[in-house]
Design a protein around this ligand. Structure first.
Ligand SMILES: Cc1cc2nc3c(=O)[nH]c(=O)nc-3n(C[C@H](O)[C@H](O)[C@H](O)COP(=O)(O)OP(=O)(O)OC[C@H]3O[C@@H](n4cnc5c(N)ncnc54)[C@H](O)[C@@H]3O)c2cc1C
Length: 370
């Protein structure tokens, strides 16, 4: 597709963030909601500049202590220069290991074996969104094929999660479709399952179209709905009508108020509403959250409607809220962990930092520890 709409958010931000001249500051498209966040060259160095928000010009996006942390880290998650610098740093890699199972498929499978022993299922995610060549996209597809072939040797289910920008969506819609189709076809032959993650809002239509087509042909595929999007309810209802399995999450990207609820309270309310639709009418929905209130609402609704525990599952991210994970399993609920592995951990890790200010303090403490 020609034009700006076909470019990834990452490309758009990076192009406007890199500009010539000294001491120039410019607001980037990705920061239009946050006029106090700017990128520019100061004395020849690219710099992120934070100016205290004026109440008149900016309103919080997700409430409480996430006020400043979330948009800053989501913005940083899209800077490719910072990504290449940190992904090659051994110290930064050590920090990322809290949320990432390791660099190789074998590392992730070892984690899978441990989880299985605790009664927890997994979905494997090979990190590496927004590839910049079709060769990289093909390599990602081949690594996923290897995962789906070998996963069972580790006594785990053949269940993987992928991002379409990793399979080449920004470069060629056709190549991306062919890559994903090859994987979904193989998963269907082996009795496995492919979850197509949801990225930022510019990708939603293309993701849903691709998943709908593949589901009609192979079944072994599902996708994700983000409760922060205004369109989420219409998407959930449509996916339920088609029988496509949905993972419900709140949403992890930097979105404008024209696409997503700016207030956390609205995101949470919508989450509960969508959870109820999914538990009533969905095909094996996945309730993906670490939010104790969302989990309690889900348990209460399932009990009131006598929804069998085998007809849905909770999902959480590797490395987050182990206490809650153990508790759900002990109570007899199904739980699946999203287990990422690979070298390209930076955007994933920054989104996890964005979700909780305490994570940032943890990083700072460790950076200054010898
Ligand atoms: C299995 C799974 C798959 C996902 N797939 C997608 C996807 O495809 N697309 C997408 O946009 N998003 C995805 N997400 C991320 C999701 O959108 C949220 O950003 C993330 O789950 C945090 O939201 P929450 O529901 O946990 O609630 P929040 O209100 O953000 O957090 C509730 C509580 O959970 C704990 N918590 C949450 N995040 C963290 C963290 N990073 N570190 C430590 N504690 C934390 C804290 O105790 C916090 O108070 C996925 C999440 C999960 C669990």
């Amino acid at each position: 597709m020609p034009g700006d709409a076909a470019k990834s958010d990452h490309q758009r931000v990076d192009q406007s963030a890199w500009f010539g001249g000294n001491n120039i500051l410019r607001e980037t498209p990705g920061t239009a909601q946050f006029p106090w966040l700017q990128v520019g060259l100061v004395g020849g160095f690219q710099t992120v500049i934070l100016t205290p928000p004026s109440r008149a010009r900016w309103r919080p996006s997700r409430g409480g202590s996430l006020l400043v942390v979330r948009p800053v880290f989501l913005f940083l998650s899209r800077l490719t220069w910072l990504r290449s610098w940190l992904e090659t740093s051994a110290a930064a890699r050590r920090l990322a290991s809290r949320f990432v199972a390791g660099e190789t498929l074998e590392d992730a499978l070892a984690v899978g074996r441990r989880l299985k022993a605790e009664g927890i299922a997994l979905t494997l995610d090979r990190l590496g969104e927004s590839v910049t060549s079709l060769d990289e996209a093909a390599a990602a597809r081949d690594e996923y094929l290897r995962a789906i072939e070998t996963i069972e040797q580790s006594d785990a289910e053949r269940n993987v999660s992928l991002k379409l920008t990793q399979f080449g969506l920004d470069l060629s819609g056709d190549a991306c479709r062919a890559n994903v189709e090859q994987l979904v076809r193989r998963a269907a032959q082996l009795g496995g399952f492919v979850r197509v993650d949801m990225e930022s809002s510019g990708y939603v239509d293309r993701t849903l179209n691709l998943v709908t087509d593949l589901y009609a042909r192979y079944r072994a595929v599902g996708t994700v709905v983000q409760s922060y999007l205004y369109r989420a309810q219409a998407d959930v209802e449509n996916l339920c009508d088609l029988g496509i399995p949905v993972r419900l999450c709140k949403g992890a990207y930097l979105e404008s108020a024209s696409a997503a609820f700016p207030n956390k309270a609205d995101v949470d309310l919508n989450y509960v509403k969508l959870m109820k639709i999914l538990l009533d009418r969905g095909n094996y929905p996945a309730i993906a959250t670490h939010d104790e209130r969302m989990i309690a609402e889900t348990k209460a609704f399932a009990a009131a409607r006598k929804v069998p525990r085998e007809s849905f599952e909770f999902q959480m991210l590797y490395g987050i809220r182990r206490d809650l994970q153990r508790q759900l399993v002990a109570e007899g609920y199904r739980l699946r962990l999203y287990v990422p592995f690979g070298k390209a951990w930076y955007p994933y890790y920054m989104r996890r930092l964005a979700e909780r200010p305490a994570n940032v303090l943890f990083v700072l403490r460790n950076l200054f520890r010898r």
